[in-house]
Design a protein around this ligand. Structure first.
Ligand code: SAM
Length: 268
């Protein structure tokens, strides 16, 4: 597609390295799915490698002028749908409910990247693979291990149901115009079952987020705003109350979720 003025507010940094674009598309195609969604196809750097090789693909783009150009190029292909949409407000659950396997891929607009990753990993029930180019810091948080500086609620929640890895690190010069930050491509593969059993995924998410709100505080202090007998809940889960949320493993969060269900909630 022809070059055009970019809109920085929409995170429009277009991939100019065709070899890299092909490698990212290959990561998304490694395990075939019935249905593909590309977030923010822009000028089509990834799209051109995906469209000839997938059974069905939905292109979600927010910028109307790019949507027009994508429709000119792909509108006549029955297996391609171009939709003008805000991917950070998209109803992922119902839009992917009728298919048996889904791959989501995108060089994401960084301003809404975390939101889109959280929604895709949390709401697409039949997700097989997600391949996201993200700001490097967000990518590091997604794949972080307990005890590391980057470990947070995003890492715990992603890890519950996915294998995650950074597949590529990308320099600003690979984009036109170059962004101010470095980037990385994360591949998330859905596990056949969650790594640990949790009583209720939504409640588990709420608990993990609440405990990380005080990531530098001792757990006894953070948890006292969740349970009346917080210290006892922590001890019953085999967790020293002087530890911090950033040191807890997924299994320890899951134990707290189970035991916390039977504990009295803190008075607000
Ligand atoms: N995929 C292209 C590439 O690799 O060159 C473009 C990537 S560019 C970093 C991000 C793209 O996402 C732009 O085309 C931008 O218009 C689009 N975009 C920004 N915010 C969006 C949103 N909320 N929903 C859907 N697309 C969005």
């Amino acid at each position: 597609m022809r070059t055009r003025r970019h809109r920085p507010r929409l995170g429009q940094h277009f991939l100019a390295d065709r070899v890299l674009a092909r490698r990212i598309a290959e990561l998304a195609l490694e395990e075939p799915s019935e249905f593909y969604v590309e977030v923010g196809p822009g000028l089509g750097a990834l799209t051109e490698h995906l469209v000839p090789r997938v059974p069905r693909i939905l292109l979600l783009e927010i910028d109307p002028s790019l949507v027009r150009a994508l429709r000119d190029r792909y509108g006549s292909m029955p297996h391609v749908e171009v939709r003008e949409a805000d991917a950070s407000e998209f109803d992922w659950k119902s839009s992917t409910a009728s298919v048996s396997s889904v791959t989501v891929v995108g060089n994401l607009p960084y301003r809404v990247g975390t939101r889109i990753v959280t929604d895709v990993l949390g709401q697409v029930d039949k997700l097989r693979t997600a391949v996201f180019m993200l700001q490097r810091e967000v990518a590091e948080r997604l794949v972080a291990e307990p005890g590391s500086r980057d470990y947070g609620s995003l890492s715990v929640l992603a890890r519950l149901r996915h294998d995650l890895r950074i597949a590529l690190r990308v320099r600003p010069g690979a984009f036109r115009p170059p962004p101010k930050v470095h980037s990385a491509v994360v591949v998330a593969r859905r596990l056949s079952r969650p790594r640990v059993e949790v009583p209720d995924v939504a409640a588990f998410e709420g608990l993990v987020r609440a405990l990380f709100r005080g990531r530098r505080k001792q757990l006894r202090n953070v948890a006292s705003s969740i349970w009346q007998d917080a210290e006892a809940v922590l001890r019953r889960a085999g967790i020293d109350p002087s530890r911090r949320a950033e040191t807890l493993s997924l299994e320890e969060f899951a134990r707290l979720a189970h035991l916390g269900r039977h504990a009295r909630a803190a008075r607000s």
